[in-house]
Design a protein around this ligand. Structure first.
Ligand SMILES: [Zn+2]
Length: 387
């Protein structure tokens, strides 16, 4: 959230104070919701969607409640990524993309490696444990919230997870999908943007493989639905983020589709997916966006489709709806961090994203080296109208 925004240095001290006060968060426990203490941050001028969206398809959002979000897939700072950090410094990983990932009211990722000095560690067997100081990759990218509900949550054991909490809390990065009470069913709620907007994140796994995690979606999804319904009154926008699906598959499974639809039917506004380590398509269900898999963001897999993905920017305003932009990235193994690819590779990624979104009923517009999806608010009478 604009942690990395050098231009702010030239703004007046009052505005800077306002910025520092903005990032406030709280959690709501699903099973026993308690009244939420409003922690709205000081107002400040919101990001103009046009700044990043160089050529928005429509007028920028103008609702009384509006915010912008960056969402990316898997971040893993162990194994070869950890080696690159040792060799090139922690700031080398996101230096090519941090201007974009920091330029939103809230930035989200899936953290796939515990940050710990203790616990099991066998990276060649995918038992991850990254050095705690690699949390600086998240800080560097301006990330505000991560999910810890994935199949690597317990790779470094309970102690490793506690150290992960410590590091995230130290740098004021919120997390969902795991907590100190061994539940992970809380929604992490951040108060951001104009209005302001209370944006909640529920993190869960819905995997066919055996894995440790506090918050697994039950076969009948009853726990998921209860969590969404409990958090719903405390959020203006409720995102549910799933670690799900099958690795390296470009199309979501029927289970993914059914779980996404169930989440939206229960009250979710947005579904953000990860785990396949490759992009899957976008769907609009009941006027709500589903990003089935956002692919890798910081990882060390085989070059090819696994290392080609995107940064997603979502602009929202009440009464106006959503605009989603996908900007292609690729992760060269020589760097272990994302960069913007050549025009040829970029266009290949965009064509693929458009192709795999088609079976989900979604037509992406490709323009200016990005993919765009506009989702007008249901009931909006005209662009930019407020409800
Ligand atoms: Zn995974």
């Amino acid at each position: 959230m604009k942690r990395y925004a050098p231009l702010l240095a030239s703004l007046c001290a009052l505005l800077l104070l306002g910025l520092l006060m903005r990032s406030q968060g709280q959690s709501v426990r699903a099973a026993a919701p308690s009244p939420v203490v409003q922690t709205a941050g000081a107002e400040q001028a919101p990001a103009d969607p046009g700044q990043v969206a160089a050529a928005p398809l429509t007028q920028p959002a103008t609702g009384p409640k509006k915010f912008s979000m960056i969402a990316v897939g898997d971040i893993m700072t162990d194994r070869n990524v950890g080696g690159a950090i040792k060799s090139n410094g922690v700031h080398s990983i996101l230096e090519k993309v941090r201007a974009l990932t920091s330029d939103a009211d809230v930035s989200f990722a899936n953290l796939e490696s515990p940050l710990s000095t203790t616990g099991p560690h066998s990276p060649s067997d995918c038992i991850f444990r990254a050095r705690p100081e690699t949390v600086q990759v998240l800080v560097d990218g301006g990330f505000d919230v991560v999910t810890l509900a994935n199949n690597h949550t317990f790779n470094a054991g309970r102690e490793g997870l506690l150290q992960t909490f410590d590091m995230l809390e130290k740098y004021n990065i919120k997390y969902c999908g795991a907590d100190r009470e061994r539940r992970g069913d809380q929604a992490a709620i951040l108060t951001v943007g104009t209005g302001p907007v209370r944006v909640g994140f529920i993190g869960a796994t819905d995997l066919s493989i055996e894995h440790g995690c506090y918050n697994k979606v039950a076969p009948d999804r009853s726990n998921l639905i209860a969590q969404i319904q409990a958090a719903r009154p405390y959020c203006d926008i409720l995102a549910v983020t799933f670690h799900w699906g099958e690795e390296y598959q470009s199309l979501p499974t029927q289970r993914q589709k059914n779980t996404a639809h169930a989440a939206i039917n229960a009250g979710a506004d947005l579904v953000l997916g990860h785990h396949p380590h490759t992009l899957q398509g976008l769907e609009v269900y009941q006027g709500k966006p589903i990003l089935y898999s956002m692919g890798n963001f910081v990882f060390d897999q085989r070059e090819g489709e696994r290392m080609e993905s995107a940064i997603f920017k979502l602009d929202y305003a009440a009464g106006w709806g959503w605009q989603i932009m996908a900007k292609p990235i690729w992760i060269p193994r020589s760097r272990m961090g994302p960069i913007y690819p050549s025009a040829e590779r970029r266009d290949k990624i965009l064509a693929r994203l458009a192709r795999i979104s088609k079976p989900l009923g979604t037509t992406l517009q490709i323009k200016d080296g990005k993919a765009w999806l506009r989702i007008p608010a249901s009931g909006a009478t005209k662009e930019g109208s407020n409800t």
